[in-house]
Ligand binder design. Sequence first.
Ligand code: FES
Ligand SMILES: [Fe+2]
Length: 384
Amino acid sequence: MANSKNYNNLSQVEPSLESQDYYSDEAFEAELKHVWYKNWIYAGRDSELARQGDFKSLRIGSQNLLLVKNAQGEIKGFHNTCRHRGSELCSEEQGNLKSKTISCPYHRWTYSLDGELIRTPNLIRTDDFQPADYSLYPVSVKRWKGSLFVNLDKSEIHSFDSSLDPSPNHLDSWPLEELVLAHSYETKILCNWKIFWENFVECYHCPGIHKSLCDMVPIYQRTFVSKQDEHGWEKHQNDGDPRFCGGLKHGAKSWTTDGQLQGIQFSDLTTNEIQAGYTYLQSLPSVFIVAHADYVRTVSLLPDGPETISLKADWLLAKESLDLEQFDLSKIVDFGVEILKEDAEVCELNQRGVKSLAHKQGVLMPQEYDVVNFHRWLKSQFHA
Ligand code: FES
Ligand SMILES: [Fe+2]
């Protein structure tokens, strides 16, 4: 069958990954090394570290990191490991270092918020020990539109800009930097991190799993993500029917329980962005951002092990929206949490089933073209 121009879907089925890649320790360790320790990983909002001495810790695989705000207002990243004999420095998840120093609880070596070793109690001097040689191990931190990313790879083989898909300026119409964190939702999902992404990038599952979402975004009922997912899509390109051209159902303006705006519509959105109703940006392997007309949601994940992820969703709004008299945050949050729970359930089903001794490898159907793209990206990480 001849394909339409720019037709997205696959013209043939493709093999999925081997089943053991979703649960074996070996695969997980290799992915930590080549993917999670090499890429820019989402680390939250910079508003979480508002004052000098504020800190948060972050675990990526076996690596424990510490982010702190220094006297100049910069956010510094370090391995959460003392340079003396390697003790963990900070065991709390979040807080403020009242002393404005980082003190190791073991032998009390003390570091400045910039990571320099500034105190070594009971030190017996020797000629060969220079404190300047024992600063904390640094970790790269990038602030981007109010969000923080860290990178464990000192050589930064992946540039930050190249990690934002489709492009760093894709959400320029949204005032991301100024938005405030209105709500967070955290959960553990018992699935491999790749199962989460595979599920996220396809809508083959949408009609059976996401009733409210499919009502809001009619093209999803048809298992398509964009109009070009359909063979012969050119026939419908001027239809204006959201079942064919995508976007929200007629009359809806935002992903909320009643489809209406809850916050103030962002003022710089283009007509296309308003009509689309949702704009996605992702940064593999740790976060996707969905921007709507009146709010933005970030969904980030960290791998706890081969078969568990920690998921966090943050809802970001303009401060003025939160102050509106009729503002009802639950209309925004409930809609998103329902989708997250529906996805979590099928991700866990997938994880449990994939361990069957009989199941060596799955098969990807035409609508799952973006799962193939995800697998290509994954393979490319091992050759970077
Ligand atoms: S391990 Fe930190 S001071 Fe000894
Ligand atoms: Fe889904």
